[in-house]
Design a binder for this molecule. Sequence first.
Ligand code: B16
Ligand code: MG
Length: 220
Amino acid sequence: MIKGFVFDLDGVITDTAKYHFQAWKEMAAKELNIVVTPELNEHLKGVSRMDSLDVILRAGGKEQDYTQEQKVALATEKNDLYKKLISHMTAADILPGINDFLTDLQQNDYPISVASASFNAPVIIERLGLSYILDKIVDPGTLHHGKPDPEIFEKAADLIGTPYAETVGLEDATAGIAGIKAAGMFAVGIGPKSKLPAADINFDQTGDISLTAIERAFDR
Ligand code: B16
Ligand code: MG
């Protein structure tokens, strides 16, 4: 039986990927002379801030050019740009269907927590007006490994006290689905089967999510 749900943030609850993209693009053009293309941006989804910077430096053939201290400064510059962009977010930025789905979960007494790699997750959730329901958030500062490691999903389930085998995880990124499966949980993929083949059930977009369909698929 399903006991609880753990949510990824970016790509499931709201689309912050476009703001990450804009901030990386601006910083990389100004400081690194590297163009962050939409294709490269795909490789940054679900990846931690410092790992994202490494992906960008590698793509530009500059992975050896910066000290750790310089890299922290570059990541901070990107984060300052990002924070300005997300400061304008409102409840209108919640992805379609998510409000109804969260209400459904609440009415069915399912506990919920958030498994996001983002240090900005609490601020974003507050801006979206969802703190009343998404108040259990894993602190990414406590993690030893990023997705696809199961650690973040295990910590999210621990926050709500649900056994991993009876916890459902929602994700839009391949690494996230891999992490959910590695934790022994049931994986809901936001994206088609062709993009997220390892998910236990797929919804093409958030507007298609159905609690009944998830419960049915879980019990099969
Ligand atoms: P921050 P998720 C991830 O969020 C983003 O997908 C990824 O692009 C970002 O680098 C990462 O959070 C860290 O975010 O710089 O705000 O700490 O998909 O795990 O909700
Ligand atoms: Mg995501």
